[in-house]
Design a protein around this ligand. Structure first.
Ligand SMILES: [Cu+2]
Length: 293
């Protein structure tokens, strides 16, 4: 005996489903605070705080606009077909179109055109971001080592010395940068491939043993930010976090002088291996490593 449901049972079920969906959306929206709404408005991108950041942000934004326009056209066509050609009482099958050459050419060429446009803008923004000013204001030699970071403030100490700071197993390092100054990051690794990135810069770059990758950023907003390793680089990859502090020029100068006073200063940048904290804190003497604010 099959269960005999009255035909109208489908309507309440649909109503309940709509109600549940509506309640879920309301619940989701009510859980959003101002910071969330800001982030939704930026399509999940952090707020850029460098001169270079907006280029990445614009690429992201317009890619979304293009994708949504495509989505709306496709969803509209699907909805139109579903409604216009839904099953009728006469069971008549609509006209079946095959081998429509203009249509096939269109749906081959349209995606290719889109890929070309995306590719062009991606390459253009990338070229702008990796362009190097030959005279940066400040150079920081960044070393990514298993599993922390060393920041060398190259030749910025007294007499051309290099103050530095280095993370340990228990303390993540802080990268301090002067506001409104173009900073060149020279990225080096003594062991495996890491990836140096600061979400608020909207920028990251691989740190590859045997070569020096470089990019420049000009932070424009004083504040505290987060940075991390973006490349799964080994067991303690998750320890490769760091803080970023963008400070006034005066605070920056004081900070470098403090580092030197505490003995965290070298004649040459420390580039890892025996110099820096390879396998930070694992079997090494923490006292030898700078990890101060
Ligand atoms: Cu890493």
């Amino acid at each position: 005996m099959g269960l005999q449901l009255p035909k109208r049972a489908a309507v309440p079920v649909r109503r309940v489903a709509t109600g549940v969906a509506l309640a879920a959306v309301l619940l989701f929206l009510s859980a959003c605070d101002a910071a969330d709404s800001d982030q939704i408005a930026r399509l999940a991108m952090p707020e850029p705080i460098t001169e270079q950041g907006p280029a990445t942000f614009d690429l992201w934004k317009w890619a979304w606009v293009a994708a949504m326009a495509t989505g709306i056209i496709v969803w509209g066509l699907i909805a139109w077909v579903v409604i216009r050609f839904r099953r009728r009482s006469d069971d008549e099958i609509p006209v079946q179109t095959r081998y429509n050459l203009p249509l096939e050419i269109f749906y081959t060429i349209a995606p290719i055109m889109m890929v070309i446009v995306f590719f062009y803008w991606t390459v253009k923004v990338q070229d702008d971001l990796v362009e190097l000013d030959p005279q940066p204001d400040v150079t920081v030699d960044v070393v990514g080592q298993q599993w922390s970071w060393t920041f060398n403030y190259t030749e910025q100490g007294e007499g051309g010395t290099t103050p530095y700071t280095s993370g340990t197993a228990t303390q993540i390092p802080t990268l301090v940068l002067p506001v409104d100054q173009t900073v060149q990051f020279n990225l080096q690794s003594p062991d495996v491939i890491h990836d140096f990135g600061v979400p608020s810069f909207l920028m990251k770059m691989d740190v590859i043993p045997g070569r020096v990758n470089k990019f420049q950023a000009t932070p424009t907003v004083i504040g505290e930010y987060r940075g991390k390793c973006y490349e799964l680089c080994g067991t303690y990859h998750s320890r490769m976090l760091f803080n970023v502090r963008v400070v006034s020029q005066a605070d920056y100068d004081t900070y470098l002088a403090d580092l030197a006073d505490q003995g965290f200063v070298a004649d040459e940048p420390l580039l890892g291996g025996a110099d820096a904290t390879t396998q930070a804190g694992l079997g090494e003497d923490d006292d030898q490593e700078g990890s101060q604010e």
